[in-house]
Design a protein around this ligand. Structure first.
Ligand code: ZN
Length: 489
């Protein structure tokens, strides 16, 4: 097998696929034409290719050669599974777009329903919207999701791994047991303070504490409409650009980032980043709205865009585009967490009394981290063969209920699953980000986002792409590896 030819073809595939996503979700074209892209590049994902790469990776000397082969193998297996499930995936996407709920005699699009729910002040109507969505999820989506899952599990075993879990762990290089132990310790360490942190914030936004709140109230809690006035639409793009110029960084990365702020029908209501050709062609799509969520989304996606546009162009394809996604997510979190930083809120948005914003953000973050820890424990059982299929709904609901302390619906046990243990990448990214932020604050002060030296440090990190994993980057910054304790603190 000619590795250079494989890299070049993989890079073309990635660029074509990413461009399809960009054009569809930016509202530039109606269809999402990813099937023809897979068909044009079918040779990348043959079983024989997977086996050759796996063999080569197993025998490569430790260091960059092995890292490169592992990243390419991960890419090939992902495409091999993706080709097998793409018909089901497309059908799931079609149903999600076309299904409509019937609530109080009104029709609500399935995908739009969580947004309507988050904006609904009446708790009983929120509960009716959620009940209708859960019923439809169980009836229309879960049977297909189960088929996808069984196919993925069977293919992983057929490729010679013990389980989908073992395969993911091998391909990503994550130690999932160690991560699960850290997140369990985090949950134990925050048990005593959880109610005190979450209860007042819940009461302030939805009028009920943990004793009476329903899961259907949580989208409203996360939406935090009362904060909108602090995040006006006309400050969205300027606040983002001023943050980057404060760091001595060009928001457009010398033309490598195309910022799309136009309004057009069919454009995604959420900001997103499409890294088409890293680092030369990266799209950052921004919805021209306001509110705290939009600020967080733009900063998050802007963090991804800056990372990708800042990668050293001399690196091979796999270190520019592939590797440990905990890294790019960590840079994205570094920026989106600025919406809960009192220093940033005052300097960029003129917020003088940020206490309520901070208290809400803390409660939300705590809830999110505990939820993801419980999700990881569940996904380990799901993908590791440790639980029978009929036990899964109850197992999922019990784990999530215990972590969040809100009665959790079992109907979500197949849709609330991130492919390829992306849940672990998010958890690792949260740890990486908190350690990176601690370094920035220690070296450059609480207003590190106004320091060109901090920007230089970030640019050095971005240039490395995802060649090393997040733990190695933390060690290079002087830490002792990824550590969840920093988050609990
Ligand atoms: Zn992200």
């Amino acid at each position: 097998m000619n590795l250079d030819a494989y890299r070049a073809a993989a890079e073309s595939f990635t660029a074509e696929l990413s461009l399809e996503y960009y054009r569809h979700y930016a509202g530039l074209q109606q269809e999402l034409g990813i099937e023809p892209v897979y068909d044009r590049h079918a040779a990348l994902f043959e079983r024989a290719t997977v086996e050759t790469l796996r063999e080569a990776a197993a025998h490569a000397p430790a260091g960059d050669e092995r890292r490169a082969l592992c990243a390419l193998l991960d890419f090939a297996v992902d495409g091999y599974l993706g080709r097998a499930t793409k018909r089901l995936d497309a059908e799931l996407a079609r149903r999600e777009t076309e299904l409509a709920l019937e609530v109080d005699g009104e029709r609500l699009g399935f995908r739009e329903s969580p947004v309507v729910q988050a904006n609904e002040p009446d708790p009983d109507r929120r509960a009716r919207i959620e009940a209708a969505r859960l019923e439809m999820t169980a009836r229309e989506l879960n049977p297909l999701r189960r088929e996808v899952l069984e196919l993925q599990h069977a293919l992983a075993r057929d490729l010679g791994w013990r389980s989908y879990r073992a395969m993911s762990e091998d391909l990503k290089g994550f130690d999932l047991d160690a991560l699960a132990a850290q997140t369990a310790a985090f949950a134990a360490a925050t048990d005593a303070t959880y109610v005190d942190a979450v209860d007042p914030a819940l009461r302030a936004t939805v009028g009920t504490g943990l004793d009476g709140v329903r899961r259907s109230d949580l989208p409203r809690f996360f939406r935090f409409a009362a904060a909108d006035s602090a995040f006006p639409a006309e400050r969205l793009v300027p606040a983002f650009e001023e943050t980057l110029t404060g760091l001595g960084i060009d928001p457009g990365a010398n033309g490598r980032i195309v910022v799309d702020v136009e309004t057009r029908p069919g454009k995604s209501p959420r900001a997103f980043c499409a890294p088409v050709r890293v680092p030369w062609e990266v799209y950052l799509v921004v919805p021209p709205m306001g509110g705290r969520d939009d600020f967080a989304a733009l900063l998050h996606e802007g963090g991804h865009a800056q990372h990708f546009a800042g990668v050293d162009p001399a690196l091979p394809f796999e270190f520019r585009h592939l590797g440990d996604n905990s890294i790019t997510e960590g840079y994205a979190f570094l920026f989106d967490h600025l919406v809960e930083d009192p220093e940033w809120l005052e300097r960029r948005l003129g917020v003088r009394e940020p206490q309520e914003l901070i208290a809400h953000a803390r409660a939300q973050r705590l809830m999110m981290l505990r939820r993801y820890g419980a999700k990881l424990a569940y996904e380990l059982a799901l993908h590791g063969g440790g639980a029978a299929l009929h036990e899964l709904p109850e197992r999922y609901a019990a784990g999530l209920t215990e972590a969040v302390r809100v009665q959790w619906p079992p109907e979500l046990h197949l849709v609330d699953v991130d492919p390829g243990f992306y849940t672990a990448a998010y958890l690792r990214a949260w740890a990486f980000e908190s350690q990176l932020r601690a370094v920035l604050r220690e070296r450059f002060g609480a207003a590190w986002f106004e320091s060109p030296e901090a920007g230089a440090l970030l640019r050095d990190l971005w240039a490395q792409g995802q060649r090393c994993d997040a733990g190695e980057l933390v060690s290079a910054l002087g830490g002792a590896g990824l550590d969840f304790a920093a988050l609990a603190a």
